[in-house]
Structure formats: C-alpha cells, structure tokens
Design a protein around this ligand. Structure first.
Ligand code: NGO
Length: 515
C-alpha cells in the first residue's frame, strides 16, 4: 500500500520531523527542504530516476515555454553532468518531464503551479510560463546543486500544488554607493530566481554615483559615474549592458525596477551638470556616506527636461511596468518644492507609460493612480499613501534591510535600524507588522541591500545569505504556513546548497547547520 502524506500545514510537517528519528526516507517528498515552503505537498512514496534518457517536453506554441524547458535542461545538465534533450509535444508523453499550461478554472493564480512527480513522468502545469518556471525551480530543489560523479539521482514521487502569497517579491541592489558589474548583477539575479523572487530593484543613482548611460546627458556617467564611496573608480552600465541585465532577468521571470533617486540623493548628477543646481555651479563629486544634503533645483524648468529625458531613455529599455523615483531623505528641499517636484515627476513617469514607485516620503505629494509607496521607515507617510489610494511594498528597515549587521560583531553593514539576526529577519508578517498597513494594501515584500560598506561579491553574499531565502519565503508562503523553528531546519539544509553554489554566507549560530 502506498504511503500517503499530505502536508498542508507546517504543524503536520513539524510533528513529523520531530518524531522521525531514523535517516531520512529518500522516497518521502514531504521531507524535502523546500524554500519557499509550498502550499501543499503530497507524497506518493516512490521514486523518479533522473538520467540522460529523460527528455524534457514542452507544449507547443506557448510563449516562452521552450525557453523555460531549455533553462531546466541547462540546470539539470549542470547538476547531473548529462545532456538532456528538449522537444516540443502537443500530447502528454508517457515518460520524461512535460511542461504545459492550463486554462482550467483553478485557484493557482497567474504564478501558481502543479508539479506531479510520478515514477516515469514529471508533469509541470501552470496558467503561465512563469508558473512553469517556478515548478521547475521547486523540482530542482529535490536534487543536489551538483551531483557527485556516478551518483544515482532519484526524486521522491508526489504532488505539489503551490502559489504565492504576494504578487511582488523583490530585492534591491544599490549599485551607486559601490558599483557592481554585469556579471555580479547576473549572479544576484540567479539568487533571486532560485527562491522564486520576481523583482530586482536597481538603485541606479545616488550622491556617490550615476550608473546608467543616458545618451542625451552623457556627462552623467562620464563625470557622475567616475567614482564611488571611498573614492574607487566607480563605473556604469551602458544602455546595451542594462538591456542585457533586463533580458537575463526576464528569462528568469524577474522584472527589473529601475530607480533614479530624486530630488535628493542627486549629488552625482549635480556634479555632472552645473545647470541642475539653483546657483548654476556644479558640485564636487562625493565619496562619503552622509545622506540628505543634495537636491535638484525644483524651480528650474531644465530640471524637468532632465528628468523627462532620463525617464524616457530608461523607460524605453525597461519592459517591466514600474519606474522608481526614489524621493527619500530630501532634507534640503523645502516641503512645498518637494511636493511640486514629486507631482511633476509622477506625470512624467506616467507619460512614459510606467507606474510610479517611491520611498514612503512620496506620500506627501498627490499620488497618481496606481502609485506604490515603499515603506522603509515612516508609518505615518505610508498610512497617508494608503489613504491616497496607493499600494505598499513592505521593506521595513528594522526587519528587511539586508545591509543591517547581524549582530555587533558583524564586520560589514550598518546598524542604524538595529541588528537583524536571521530569526529576526524571518519572523514577521507583513500584514500584521502595523495595524494600518493591512493585507489588502500590500503589493509585496522587498529586501534592500544598500552598499555603503559593501565593495565586492563576497561581501554581497555574506550580507544576503542566509537572509534572502527568508525574505523570499515571506513573499511567497502565507504566514499560517511559516514558523521560525521549522524554517531554521530547512534553512540549515540549504547551507549545503549555498556551499555548492560557492556562496560565502553568514553561519548564524541560531541555525543548526550541521557540519
Ligand atoms: C536609508 C537611505 C539610504 C541608505 C540606507 C542605509 C533609504 C530609503 N534611504 O534607506 O540612502 O543607504 O538607509 O541603510
């Protein structure tokens, strides 16, 4: 008789883990450490054997599905060291892996999926290619990151039904304080994709550096891109490189959210073009870490021509729906000037076909329809935003800032919002953190990494791991299915995966990593 385990709640899963003392049953799918935790897992007690004779089929004529099938084949090739054939099919094959879309009236939503792992056939079914991609990602977590030579690869059979809690699941990388090249950004994108995040917010400009080529204002990168915190050589993305990042992200179902921070945090632009300053004099480049001292001249018309050109050029390279206008910490912009500026910039963004996102301060302006306020510090601003009809992205600094130190001994990072140990970063619910910011107002969750103290990929990895999988799970898995004591066991299992991915991570003592 087949053993049937239905783990629709973590209580079941938790109890099972507590009382199963023996070695792990390789044929029990509910024992796999998935992050994010899927909505439901049913084990069928058998095994699927992965070998090079497994063909990956995809349903014909579905936009992007072949690409997802090929992506899966590449990942399997990396794991198993074997080549996997990819073919189209319009009927369900008898064996292999089959990706298909369904129009059935079910509750999967646009990103959910069914993954059924049988002895001979792995079925991946979703309403969209994105759903199929997430199913593939789940399937990949049933396998090691890299198999040992000659290792037999088996996957427990079972059925997973899964869909995300929030539609926006993101991380932010500040490429302004320190610049990170295309390869680093791609690796960062891969981290997000591993954990089913779907948005990468790039903080492309700040006082210390302007990081994207603007053809109509070339000095922004010539001058403004020439340095960074500490006086290093800085850098910038050409429009071609930015497009390459956008494409790489899109192939992993990740939307790039470009941010040009304004009217404050603009010293790099003010140093590049004298006319953007109220006194008509260019500022000096800045390589320190203070905030809140710069502002575009909100009373000059040239400022709006500048913003229009910048937004137009970036929007035309960005297929995603959003444009982030920053708006934080404009301490030297008078309140009325700030409101006037943010109102005009929102019109510009709308004119170029994008939806506005801004840090919570933008709620002081009249928000355009469809605007999103990113809560980082000020509940009152955020509440005002909600009253004006905005949705909220939750990035509370004291919980979700990946640049906060883990504890007082962490050699990197800041601690103005407190220390964020791994349990503190994980153990909160976006919908109940504040009384006023409730579930229906929340678009999703984003974990920012500011880089005042972070200079290279190893340092990025140390601050982002193991936090990022937790933020991904907060975005994907409903809070009823989450608790720290159970999560930390799954996270500990992922330690081996981080090692295999050569990720330099923080080995928090609160996680039972094992040897
Ligand atoms: C703040 C500030 C950033 C800093 C960051 C450091 C926001 C939205 N503005 O967050 O300029 O880099 O803190 O943690």
């Amino acid at each position: 008789m087949k053993k049937l385990f239905v783990a629709t709640s973590l209580i079941t899963l938790g109890l099972f883990m507590l009382f199963s003392c023996g070695p792990k049953e390789p044929t029990d799918l509910t024992q796999t450490s998935f992050i994010p935790q899927p909505v439901s897992i049913e084990s069928l007690g058998d095994e699927f054997i992965l070998s090079s004779s497994v063909t990956i089929y995809y349903e014909e004529n579905v936009d992007g599905l072949e690409q997802t099938a090929r992506y899966l084949a590449d990942e399997l090739n990396h794991i198993a060291g074997e080549i996997f054939t990819v073919e189209s099919s319009n009927v369900t094959p008898r064996s292999g892996i089959f990706l298909s879309v369904t129009t059935d009236n079910n509750d999967l939503g646009k990103e959910g999926y069914f993954l059924s792992i049988g002895k001979k056939l792995v079925g991946i079914k979703a309403k969209s290619t994105a759903g199929c991609f997430y199913a593939a990602k789940t399937f990949l977590q049933t396998l090691p990151v890299k198999a040992a030579a000659g290792e037999k690869l088996t996957v427990p059979t079972g059925i997973i039904r899964d869909f995300p809690e929030y539609e926006y699941r993101g991380a932010m990388l500040d490429v302004s304080r320190h610049f990170f090249g295309v390869d680093d950004v791609k690796r960062f994108i891969d981290f997000l994709a591993t954990y089913k995040m779907n948005a990468l917010h790039l903080h492309l400009s700040d006082d210390q550096g302007w990081r994207i080529e603007i053809k109509s204002w070339p000095k922004l990168t010539e001058i403004g891109g020439s340095t960074e915190v500490g006086g290093g050589k800085g850098g910038f993305y050409t429009q071609k490189q930015y497009s390459e990042i956008v494409k790489y992200a899109l192939e992993r179902h990740i939307t790039i959210v470009p941010e040009i921070d304004m009217p404050g945090h603009t010293n790099a632009a003010l140093a590049s073009y004298a006319e953007l300053n109220c006194d008509g004099k260019a500022t000096e480049l800045y390589t320190g870490t203070e905030v809140g001292f710069s502002t575009l001249c909100t009373g000059k018309e040239i400022t709006y021509q500048f913003v229009d050109d910048v937004v137009r050029e970036i929007a035309s390279l960005t297929p995603g729906p959003w444009f982030h206008i920053g708006g934080d910490e404009s301490h030297v912009t008078a309140h009325d000037d700030y409101v006037y500026f943010i109102n005009r910039v929102q019109e510009i963004v709308t004119k170029h076909g994008k939806k506005v996102i801004g840090w919570d301060e933008i709620a002081n302006a009249d928000l355009v329809e469809g605007a999103t306020v990113q809560f980082w510090a000020d509940v009152e601003n955020t509440t005002m935003g909600i009253e004006k009809g905005a949705k909220v992205i939750m990035s509370p600094a004291a919980r979700a800032y990946m640049d906060m130190k883990y504890d007082s001994t962490t050699h990197l990072g800041l601690h103005w919002a407190g220390y964020i140990e791994v349990d503190h970063g994980y153990d909160w619910n976006p919908a109940t953190l504040n009384e006023i910011i409730t579930r229906e107002n929340i678009l999703g969750v984003e974990a920012p990494l500011w880089t005042e103290t972070i200079t290279n990929m190893d340092e990025i990895e140390y601050m982002v791991f193991p936090q990022l999988p937790g933020y991904a799970e907060i975005g994907w898995t409903s809070s009823e299915l989450r608790n720290w004591d159970e999560y930390k066991l799954r996270l500990a299992d992922h330690g081996k995966r981080f090692e295999a991915m050569e990720i330099d991570f923080y080995r928090s003592e609160r996680v039972p990593w094992g040897e």
